[in-house]
Design a protein around this ligand. Structure first.
Ligand SMILES: [Zn+2]
Length: 305
């Protein structure tokens, strides 16, 4: 995970975006009004009427997915096609638009109608691979974010449009400055783990560890195929280091072409804007862990950031 600046999305919104969203909201209000009128004509109870209206809203929102899909390319562009949560750019595609605050219901609070008023709010969109976003089987039979949105203070959960500032999300948000730093990598096992040093800083404690661990679980960052993919990448990085060290032992200068090419690959694997390589944060952490034994890596890391 890496910090994503939402203002980059705002700068690239389609010209008619506001109008499209307003039209959709008007249509949805009309559908709800029709559902209410129909329920009353049928003599439904107040509770039944309410439920039918909520259902009409849900159907009307979900039938307009083309609206958030309009921004898919824009969202992909700011992360160089990589999932904002796990940084995959291929094996976990296609990448739908995730609503960070779920639009149609909250698994952690079954009574909650979902953050329906944020269904067309670009600030609530996240570019996410299918595995981070959707249900899939894993060890606990339910990997993926789906409609999960646990918060630290459930009594402050918002049910209608208004201030969200009081809600304290448990899930790490790539669009929240600092959140991505709460996780790091166990480079020996290629697993994502809580970054205890950062989690225990005053601005994140006492819930930093809980936020990191909940996110690792819900986004399923250690899903075995993904973990293996990282492991393979770490092996490739390790081989590049071995190759460069052998050339150096043979007396080659750092600037000869054969070493330069391998250095360039290391840089490319770490750079967030690399179009060829994904998992760049994991690559950075892996190389950082090798600096003590290979001091020349420090320059690589500095150049890559
Ligand atoms: Zn992902």
């Amino acid at each position: 995970m890496r910090y994503i600046q939402l203002r980059q999305i705002k700068a690239g919104l389609p010209l008619r975006w506001e109008q499209v969203v307003q039209n959709a909201r008007n249509k949805i209000a009309e559908k709800m009004k029709n559902a209410r009128t129909k329920a009353r004509q049928q003599g439904k109870s107040l509770r039944q009427t309410h439920e039918l209206v909520i259902e009409a809203r849900k159907i009307a929102i979900n039938s307009r997915s083309r609206i958030w899909r309009m921004l898919n390319k824009q969202l992909a562009k700011v992360s160089f096609e990589k999932c904002w949560y796990c940084q995959s750019n291929d094996i976990r595609s296609p990448k739908p638009v995730d609503h960070f605050r779920p639009k149609s219901g909250v698994k952690d609070d079954p009574e909650h109608p979902g953050y329906w008023w944020l269904a067309f709010s670009w600030e609530n969109f996240r570019y996410a691979c299918t595995y981070c976003n959707s249900a899939h089987d894993n060890e606990r039979k339910g990997g993926g974010k789906q409609d999960h949105f646990p918060i630290l203070n459930p009594t402050k959960r918002q049910c209608r449009p208004g201030q969200l500032l009081e809600e304290k999300p448990l899930l790490l948000d790539p669009c929240q400055l600092g959140d991505s730093k709460l996780i790091t990598y166990d480079v020996k096992r290629a697993r994502v783990i809580a970054n205890e040093t950062i989690c225990n800083l005053p601005q994140h404690s006492p819930k930093g560890i809980e936020r990191a661990e909940t996110s690792i679980d819900i986004y399923d960052f250690n899903h075995e195929p993904l973990r293996r993919k990282r492991e393979t990448m770490f092996d490739a990085l390790n081989q590049l280091i071995i190759d460069i060290n052998e050339y150096l032992l043979d007396g080659f200068d750092m600037n000869v072409d054969r070493i330069r090419r391998k250095q360039e690959e290391l840089i490319d694997r770490v750079r967030f804007d690399s179009l060829q390589y994904d998992y760049n944060e994991a690559a950075y952490c892996y190389l950082k862990a090798q600096v003590d034994k290979n001091p020349w890596l420090e320059t690589i890391l500095e150049e890559a950031r």
